[in-house]
Design a protein around this ligand. Structure first.
Ligand SMILES: Nc1ncnc2c1ncn2[C@@H]1O[C@H](COP(=O)(O)OP(=O)(O)OP(=O)(O)O)[C@@H](O)[C@H]1O
Ligand SMILES: [Mg+2]
Length: 335
């Protein structure tokens, strides 16, 4: 919701490992209460970006640029600043719930300990809040004594959602929060995540490969490729008329009513031939040009496109104005 207040502002974020740059100058905003989906093929830099938003990049990474959450700068922040933000202002729902839940403590005890880690709360009160938080995500009080391994995968994800929401953060980062689950559970967990963050007025940054989920739950989307922004804008507009060929290719790979144009009637397609480049082996010019059906022989192959903002949308492509009404066709011909 672009009329809402700015919550998080990322500017020229760069994350590198030695001489290899994996996130290469990323800028975007998140507004209060909005759901921003981050999409792009494997290796695009989505998880590294998510970690930078949480102030926990890999130890061996060099991070530059700016990640501003309200008045606080996360890039280069001291441990005490990060600890103060963690859980209270920004919280994580990870891909693997067991990375946050200890196997040797009862689930409700772990939430109670998290309650007591912030502010002075009696054991009894912490326990009561923990049980109530679990109940809010559909875990009955009689299950609160269970250990994580006694929960199903879906229940563990519910428990980490409850944990993330305990201190009413303004921002929740979910990095592929349902990849390990069956489709039915995935849907339930995502619905729950969206409804819990929505009810609390928290913004959600949702990293996902599932474009149907993006369409259903996100307000805006950020498309990444090889560590850069390719396109960003309101979900309905991007789905209706993608501007970057890469976005068009991603959307063309989605079966059924999610895809624009005639692709809806075709089988699922590996829409974009080839694979993204490794950060160690980037092509000259636009990183997508070797796979792009619209790339020209000159500018696209020599000059990296910079993000341009036009009417509430951002695109980084030299040829976006040339994209046809039905860009999915470009990719149908190419496979
Ligand atoms: N600790 C690290 N050391 C070196 N390179 C890394 C490290 N972490 C990530 N990278 C590289 O950075 C790039 C981006 O990684 P990242 O995990 O952010 O991708 P992703 O978009 O989350 O992919 P996926 O969809 O597979 O989760 C990859 O090429 C990866 O190999
Ligand atoms: Mg990832």
């Amino acid at each position: 919701m672009s009329s809402a207040e700015l919550l998080l502002s990322v500017r020229d974020l760069r994350i590198s490992f030695g001489a290899v740059e994996a996130v290469r100058g990323l800028s975007f905003d998140v507004h209060e209460g909005e759901v921003l989906a981050v999409v792009g093929e494997s290796g695009a830099g989505k998880s590294l970006t998510a970690r930078a938003l949480l102030g926990i990049p890999p130890r061996e990474a060099t991070v530059t640029g700016s990640v501003r959450l309200g008045a606080d700068e996360l890039v280069g922040a001291s441990r005490s600043v990060r600890t103060a933000l963690w859980g209270r202002r920004v919280a994580l729902v990870p891909q693997d719930a067991l990375s946050l839940l200890s196997p040797v403590h009862q689930v409700a005890d772990q939430l109670a300990a998290a309650v007591r880690s912030v502010g002075r709360v009696s054991r009894k009160e912490a326990r009561a809040r923990s049980v109530a938080a679990l109940e809010e995500v559909g875990i009955a009080p009689d299950k609160a004594r269970a250990y994580p391994h006694e929960f199903s995968g879906g229940m563990r994800q519910r428990a980490v959602i409850a944990m993330a929401m305990l201190h009413r953060p303004n921002l929740v980062i979910a990095d592929e929060p349902t990849t390990a689950q069956d489709p039915e559970t995935q849907k339930q967990v995502l619905d729950l995540l969206a409804s819990r963050t929505g009810a609390a007025g928290a913004a959600l940054v949702l990293v996902t490969h599932d474009l149907a989920t993006v369409r259903e739950h996100a307000d805006r989307m950020l498309v990444m490729y090889a560590g850069r922004l390719v396109e960003a804008g309101p979900v309905a507009e991007v789905f209706e008329r993608p501007r970057a060929p890469y976005t068009a290719g991603l959307l063309a790979s989605v079966p059924g009513p999610v895809a624009p144009g005639p692709v809806a009637h075709k089988r699922r397609l590996p829409a974009i031939a080839g694979a993204p480049p490794a950060p160690t082996d980037l092509p000259p010019g636009c990183a997508f040009q070797p796979r792009c059906p619209l790339a020209d022989a000159t500018r696209c192959r020599t000059e990296q496109p910079e993000p341009e903002a036009h009417d509430g949308r951002t695109v980084a492509c030299h040829r976006w104005r040339e994209l046809t009404d039905n860009p999915a066709e470009l990719f149908l011909e190419s496979v």
